[in-house]
Design a protein around this ligand. Structure first.
Ligand SMILES: Cc1ncc(COP(=O)(O)O)c(C=O)c1O
Length: 384
């Protein structure tokens, strides 16, 4: 691969460490499902999946069927649950069934569709489903009123195994919000109502990262963290010994002098307060750097933070080096976030966003992913 100007360094040792840290916090008997949707939160789904499975995760969770099929194509045989799909594409649903991927059923319509599809399949065809019930987030899950009918339809369908119920929390990142308890109560009631229909429902789950780390009482049979696996605290101010796995860094293409009063970048929104130096970092909004990061970003260079100034362009940003006391040159590397720079959570908070968004941003052919395993003692045995 040709050298790119910018790189995403992914520390698989950190992922291994985070998975084991989470594993150590689980309620007795609870399994860990590593959420590797959106290409493993932009860390590379297959690489993350292998490391997570080698360090204690029992299952993988993804959003789309295509994401699940890609993991299978890469040779991953562990149980995978996928929960974001439409009934329009029967061929893909059949491929998912054939690949032994568990289906998250999120509406009565999907339950009826799947039941009809299974009736038309050769005898012996099986599919395992988890039914996603809405307990308050009102997003992609079936209303409680539809749960009974959906479970009955699925129970009657040939070859359908219902492994349990799942749900998603709306406010778990705010530990004082009573909505989490209200959702948990509705979830328990939903499980009870399903069991009254005679279903065993052995594997139920509701915890994202925030609840996994802060609500052991809600672990049920499994937890479903994403963010924490990648090393970011989901609840601001909490500390669980997680290590961020991603660093976004770039070469510096030029260092220039600038005179007091001269402006830089579009619209000249920034002017040098005194004679000094600027550095050009060749990453812009085409690479996922938000244009409105202006005035929030500080770039790390050799252990020092320097403000990004002026407009973010398509391909570049400008960094104010002041008098350049540490002699930054084009031989140095600029860190946008991660090791040696701001951490993703700090940057996200400054921008009024969350670390989930920031780590998903750096993308495209101008950024190369580089995998590292630099964590002493961490097993990355699962990594190919
Ligand atoms: C259904 C579901 N479960 C689990 C997760 C993981 O959430 P988090 O990354 O906050 O742990 C997500 C991600 O948004 C999700 O959509």
């Amino acid at each position: 691969m040709a050298m790119t100007l910018a790189r995403l360094r992914i520390n698989l040792g950190a992922i291994a460490h985070n998975v084991r840290t989470i594993q150590g916090l689980l309620a007795p008997g609870a399994e860990l499902m590593a959420v590797v949707k959106a290409d493993g939160f932009n860390h590379g789904a297959t690489r993350v999946a292998r490391v997570a499975l080698a360090n204690g995760a029992a299952r993988l969770g993804v959003a789309t069927f295509e994401e699940a099929l890609e993991l299978r194509r890469e040779g991953i045989e562990a149980p995978i649950l996928a929960w974001l799909w439409s009934t329009h594409d029967e061929a893909t649903v059949l491929r998912v069934i054939a690949a032994g991927i568990d289906i998250g059923v999120t509406s009565l319509e999907q339950a009826e569709f799947l039941a009809a599809l299974m009736k038309a399949q050769p005898e012996g065809t099986t599919v395992r489903v988890s039914v996603k019930v809405d307990t308050g987030i009102h997003r992609s899950a079936m209303p409680v009123e539809d749960l009974g009918p959906a479970l009955v339809v699925l129970r009657e369908a040939p070859g359908v195994e219902i492994s349990g119920l799942f749900s998603h929390l709306a406010c778990a990142d705010d530990p004082d919000n009573p909505e989490t308890d209200a959702q948990a109560e509705r979830f328990r009631a939903a499980i009870e109502s399903g069991r009254r229909l005679g279903l065993e429902l052995p594997l139920n789950h509701i915890c994202n990262s925030a609840a996994t780390l802060s609500r052991k009482d809600l672990h049920f049979g499994m937890v479903r963290p994403g963010l924490a696996i990648y090393g970011h605290e989901p609840i601001l101010g909490h500390e669980n010994d997680l290590i961020p796995a991603m660093t976004w860094e770039s070469d510096i293409t030029v260092v220039h002098p600038i005179k007091a009063g001269e402006g830089s970048s579009y619209s000249l929104t920034w002017r040098a307060p005194k004679d000094g130096y600027i550095a050009i970092v060749p990453m812009g909004y085409a690479d996922g750097l938000p244009r409105n990061i202006q005035d929030h970003l500080e770039v790390g260079i050799n252990g020092h933070l320097y403000p990004q100034v002026g407009r973010v362009c398509m391909d570049q940003i400008v960094v104010d080096l002041g008098d350049n006391p540490h002699q930054v040159s084009t031989q140095d590397v600029a860190v946008i976030f991660g090791e040696g720079g701001l951490d993703a959570t700090t940057l996200a908070t400054r921008m009024g966003s969350i670390s989930h968004e920031i780590i998903c941003r750096p993308k495209g052919p101008r950024i190369q992913r580089i995998y590292e395993t630099a964590m002493p003692g961490a097993s990355v045995a699962g990594d190919a």
